[in-house]
Design a protein around this ligand. Structure first.
Ligand SMILES: C[S@@+](CC[C@H](N)C(=O)[O-])C[C@H]1O[C@@H](n2cnc3c(N)ncnc32)[C@H](O)[C@@H]1O
Length: 281
């Protein structure tokens, strides 16, 4: 029996195509798409079909199978990258106090933003740490990673429309952003002092080797676990906690909870966790 056609569209698209997109995204990126996301999948991939001059989703799926280099545009089209500067302000206050703890004095400090999207999160970490440590911020290294190469490019450039930085404290805006002029009017660029604190890398959290050494003082892994199923979430949490120092902190998104993973982490305060002594090895 033929699969149900999903509405009137420019490109051929049926239920079977949607299921195949869903299955491929889950296997590659761990992202579990709800069955209600049929229209979202269509609109996010339609542009790619147009660029490749393809007429239907089934021919796109065949193209994907024959061209491994298509995986990256496929993933870039389907990830959700919503973010903001200082999203969940209390995390950045807690990060600043952590950086000032006496046992962290005088040594390199390492942080990871594990789903950094367009860069607002790691640059907010850099601002908070720079404010907390002053000249001592030269000891800070922030690794920021994402699976989506498009957002990583934006993040590396560090250029944002002024509306994105509007909610920031005026003193921070003045200190850490350069306003564009002429053809760059309406844009602001993160200052080099902050950009050099952050190293961007492509990391798919689902891959077995992240090529990261441990000893992180804090890991921000916010608003990405929600896309993964529970067994994947717990497996990733165990792996991340192994990369944290025993006195490090794990920051989760506002709707993510790991209280069930009590063998791995203990809740310190709202969405902030510490490793359980003798936890996963
Ligand atoms: C909603 S954004 C969260 C951004 C930021 N952490 C925040 O809370 O504002 C989710 C990010 O997770 C990334 N992502 C999704 N699946 C991923 C995976 N398997 N590995 C790494 N990053 C992934 C997406 O590309 C997207 O940029």
């Amino acid at each position: 029996m033929n699969a149900r056609v999903l509405g009137e569209h420019e490109f051929g698209y049926d239920e079977d195509d949607f299921e195949q997109v869903r299955d491929r995204l889950y296997r590659r990126a761990g992202i579990s798409l709800a069955s209600s996301k049929q229209q979202m999948v269509y609109s996010r991939l339609a542009r790619r079909l147009r660029e490749l001059n393809l007429r239907s989703f089934s021919s796109y799926l065949a193209y994907l199978d024959q061209h491994p280099e298509e995986w990256q545009p496929f993933i870039n089209a389907l990830t959700t990258n919503i973010t903001a500067f200082f999203r969940e302000q209390h995390h950045f206050e807690q990060l600043a106090s952590l950086a000032r703890e006496p046992q962290r004095r005088g040594r390199p400090l390492r942080f990871w933003s594990a789903a950094s999207s367009t860069g607002e999160e790691p640059y907010s970490m850099a601002m908070a740490l720079r404010q907390a440590l002053g000249e001592q911020a030269h000891r800070v290294q922030i690794i920021a990673s994402d699976i989506d190469t498009g957002v990583l490019e934006t993040a590396r450039r560090g250029i944002y429309p002024l509306e994105r930085i509007d909610p920031l404290d005026p003193a921070l805006k003045k200190r850490y952003f350069q306003r564009g002029t002429g053809s760059n009017a309406g844009l602001a660029r993160v200052v080099p002092e902050l950009r050099q604190m952050v190293e961007f890398r492509r990391i798919n959290l689902l891959e077995t080797d992240w090529r990261l050494s441990g000893g992180f003082d804090a890991i921000f892994c916010r608003n990405v676990m929600i896309y993964f199923d529970k067994p994947t979430q717990v497996r990733l949490l165990e792996r991340m906690v192994r990369l944290l120092r025993p006195d490090g902190l794990f920051f989760a998104g506002h709707s993510e909870s790991f209280v069930q993973a009590s063998h791995v982490v203990k809740l310190v305060c709202r969405t902030v966790y510490q490793p359980v002594p003798g936890g996963p090895t």
